[in-house]
Design a protein around this ligand. Structure first.
Ligand code: GLU
Length: 317
C-alpha cells in the first residue's frame, strides 16, 4: 500500500503548477560611492516591506544616461535619473517618472593645493568629468559648452568612474572633478579624508545665461560643514533626481510602488542623510523630466495632491 501512496503523492505533486517567486524589481543606481546606490537600497528596503512586499535589488551602474538606456531595453525595471538627463534624453518611450527623489548639485571638487579657486581657473587644469553614461558627464559638458571652452581643451578632459575620482584627485592624477550628486555623498567625504579639498562655486555671467536658457536647472547651495575643510555654503546649480519606470512597470505596479513609498516617507527620510530633506510637494513636482506615470498620477490624484487630468472621471471613493 505504501509504495502506491507515495506514487500517488508524486503524481499529485507533478500536476500542481510550480509556484515561482516574482523576479525582483531591479533598480539602477550609480557608482558605489554616490548617493543613488544607497538611495536605491533604501527604496528596495521599503518596497520589500508589507503591504507591498515587492522583492527588489539595487544595481550599481555608470549613472543616469546609462540607466535610461538600460530601462529602454528592459534590463532594469526602475532607475534613478537626473532631471536634465531625463529632459535631454532621446530614448524611446515608454519611460515614465514615478516621482522626484533628492536634490542633486553640480559639485566641483579640487585639491586645496591645486591653487584653483574659481571656475575660470579650471580652464587649464586637469579636470575629470565622469564616465560617459553618467549624468556628471553630460551636465558638465553642457556647462563647458555654455562657458565656450575650445574643442581641443574639451578633448583633454578625463572620464573616470565615480568611485575612482577621489583617489585620483588626492594622488595628483587630476586637479579637479565634477560630480552631480546629493549631499552628503561618500565620494566627497572620501576625497576630504584623503587630502584637503575645496569646492568651487559655479557662478558668473555665463552661468546666469545658461540658467536662463535651461529652466530645469535651479540655483542651489551645497550646505556648509558637511565635509572636512568646507566651512561655508557653496553656490552652484542643481536639479532633482527622479525615479524612472521602464516598460515592465504597468499602471497597477506603478501605483503600488508609489503608494508604498509615500506611505512610508518618514522611514525613507531616515535611511540616508541626503534623503532627509525629501518633501512631498517637491517629489510630485510636475515641471521637470519625463511624463508622470499614469499609476503614480492615480495615487496623487486620489490623495488630493494633484488635480485630475481634464476629461478623466473622478477617482472612486
Ligand atoms: N547624478 C549621477 C549620475 O547621474 C549619480 C550620482 C549618484 O550616484 O548619487 O550619474
Amino acid at each position: 500500500m505504501r509504495p502506491l501512496l507515495c506514487l500517488l503523492c508524486l503524481l499529485l505533486l507533478m500536476t500542481i503548477p510550480s509556484v515561482r517567486a516574482a523576479p525582483p524589481l531591479l533598480i539602477g543606481s550609480g557608482s558605489l560611492t554616490g548617493v543613488y546606490y544607497p538611495a536605491g537600497g533604501a527604496l528596495c528596503r521599503l518596497l520589500a516591506r508589507a503591504p507591498a512586499k515587492l522583492p527588489c535589488q539595487v544595481v550599481a551602474t555608470g549613472g543616469s544616461a546609462e540607466n535610461l538606456m538600460a530601462l529602454s531595453r528592459g534590463a532594469l525595471s526602475l532607475a534613478l535619473v537626473q532631471a536634465d538627463v531625463q529632459i535631454t534624453s532621446t530614448q524611446l518611450p515608454p519611460l515614465y517618472r514615478l516621482f522626484n527623489l533628492h536634490q542633486e548639485s553640480l559639485t566641483l571638487v579640487t585639491r586645496l593645493d591645486s591653487g584653483i579657486s574659481s571656475l575660470a581657473e579650471l580652464a587649464n587644469k586637469r579636470l575629470d568629468i565622469g564616465n560617459p553614461g553618467s549624468g556628471d558627464h553630460s551636465t558638465m559638458l553642457a556647462l563647458i559648452q555654455a562657458l565656450d571652452w575650445p574643442q581641443e581643451r574639451i578633448d583633454q578632459l578625463s572620464q573616470r568612474p565615480g568611485s575612482e575620482r577621489a583617489q585620483a584627485l588626492c594622488d595628483g592624477e587630476i586637479d579637479a572633478f565634477a560630480y552631480v550628486v546629493g549631499h552628503p555623498s561618500s565620494a566627497i567625504s572620501e576625497a576630504a579624508s584623503l587630502c584637503p579639498i575645496r569646492l568651487l562655486p559655479i557662478t558668473g555671467e555665463a552661468v546666469e545665461r545658461w540658467l536662463q536658457a535651461h529652466p530645469y536647472y535651479q540655483r542651489t547651495q551645497i550646505p556648509a560643514a558637511l565635509y572636512a575643510g568646507v566651512d561655508t555654503a557653496i553656490a552652484t546649480i542643481g536639479m532633482p533626481a527622479g525615479l524612472i519606470a521602464g516598460p515592465q512597470i504597468d499602471e497597477a505596479l506603478a501605483y503600488r510602488i508609489t503608494q508604498q513609498v509615500f506611505h512610508r516617507l518618514p522611514q525613507l527620510k531616515r535611511l540616508h542623510p541626503a534623503l532627509s530633506q525629501l518633501d512631498q510637494q517637491q517629489m510630485i513636482g510636475e515641471a521637470s523630466g519625463l511624463p508622470l506615470h499614469p499609476g503614480a498620477r492615480r495615487f496623487f490624484v486620489e490623495q488630493g495632491w494633484l488635480p485630475p487630468l481634464p476629461d478623466t472621471p473622478p477617482p472612486r471613493s
